[in-house]
Design a protein around this ligand. Sequence first.
Ligand SMILES: [Zn+2]
Length: 393
Amino acid sequence: MMMNYSALKDWHNSHKESALFGRYITLNTIQPLLDNLSDLFSVETLGHSVENRPVSKITFGTGPIKVLGWSQMHGNESTTTKALFDLFKWFDTNRGESEVKKFLAEFTFTMVPMLNPDGAQAYTRINANKIDLNRDAQDCSQPESVILKELYTSLKPDYCLNLHGQRTIFGVGDPVKSATVSFLSPSQDELRTVTHSRKKGMAIISDLNQMLQEFIPDCVGRYDDGFNMNCVGDTLQHRNIPTILFEAGHFPGDYDREVTRIFMFLSLIRVFESVLLLKSEKTPSSNPYFSIPENKKCFFDYIIRNIELPEIGVTDMAIQFEETLIGNELNFVPKIAQIAELVDFKGHCEIDFESKKPLIPADFKFEIGNIIEKIQVNGKLPTTFSVKSNNLL
Ligand SMILES: [Zn+2]
């Protein structure tokens, strides 16, 4: 008997960790939460980042199945960090409930909520030495990589959760929809062999997909499984540890990723349920996994159709937000990303200019990379490019 995910969604709606909101989540944001976790949890510093920020793990549960998860390995991918703290709150407030007691008795959870605190502070994917930690699994050239490696070699987890976020450019299915959530059970060799441990990851992802279809039909994608031993997930899978890559993506209009946060929270709980189910299955099936459509890069934040541009004529123009930290605030800066016929692409927001010429401010050039905040054609109100005006719904 599976849990009631609609009820869990309702719980999340009214009880999620209210101290966390939006995309810019730093160590300063989560430190008070780490300091105030209840006696259900133990917090330990594993080591320090390049800029000497502490990297902590949170442990809870007393069971034999060891689950290791880490978030913000890429500093600007914060949605799963929010979901982890929602999960901690769920465990704590419901610790007297039978399902929660069961999880705590079956599992020992080890979670690293922020592996790359320097990248989180600077709002970058990379760490302070400009290294992508998810390409450093073999070299382990960075202190954060060493921390993670020491943790998984000493802990010997039964399952790993590699928690990430993805850009708004990914779509899935036909007709294409925004890839709100994507998963991968990484390969463990060049041949992409479907080994027993990979199959376990696939079975869990199939289960996650089934649960999510109820809430976000046709918006769940699967990542390309090309093998890369420099990636942490591939390395762990190579050690026969089923590893699941989570990618929190874009839900139309949700640039704060507060909607996707819910689906990450639900998915984390579903993983634990799936693992318990797998205990009784000798040969998990990988078939439903392959029926999940693959992600493709086919979205822009905006597409303006049929705009007449000087020297080019009638064409399409794509605009993409560049997430830019100004002071302590994250800004979504609209920039021209493409000028071409974009028949194979879709905008999260689309506007048809019906072959009209825009009014062009003096000195403005329609070139890729240029900031464009608004645009107007004669006799119409200007169209403003901002996260607030971008919504498919
Ligand atoms: Zn990532």
